[in-house]
Design a protein. Sequence first.
Length: 217
Amino acid sequence: MQEAYNDPENFTPRQRAVLDRALGLLMEGGERALTTAGLARAASCSKESIYKWFGDRDGLLAAMIAHQASKVRAPSDDGSALDLARFRARLVDFADDLLHVLGGDVSLALNRLAIGQASREGSRLGQLLIERGRRGIDRRAGALLETGRRRGLIDYRDRDAAYHTLYGLIVRDLHVRMLLGEPDARKPEAFRSLAEEAIAQFFVLFGVRDTKKADPA
């Protein structure tokens, strides 16, 4: 497998465009539609470029999943001033992005395909979704929470437990309901308000009341 897909930030705009087309092929025709030759035709690039960028089939799938997961924003600590309002806004953006990605056609198609293949020997899609998708999101979000704790804006004893609580407040049972095709579960126009509600609930549990002691830098 190639190095590029390990970090979606290393993808060039051209590689991202190819990965978006690959996701489209997968969504339209299932895994059988995702061939190197078919992707090369659809994305107007050579098979050699695809192999060079992403490696074998598992490498391509891993890159596609990492690319999709990278659409969930969780800014790293760049040392700039961060007050409560800015930190809360970052969490709301994270929650909103997460709901839009999980509720998007591509992610739903990937998850449904992985579930359908779960009992099939040799299928790695579910594992790749965990390793290159969920864990990447978890890692970035955990770093965001650690930034808030370090700046004195939230407080927790166990970061993983705090993050799992945050994830549960955001997603609730929506993802399962969306996977099952319940119409009322998938309303992108409501995701922002759901995100704001989840973050408000998170601050009830983990917020620091005396924000005057928060580190402004």
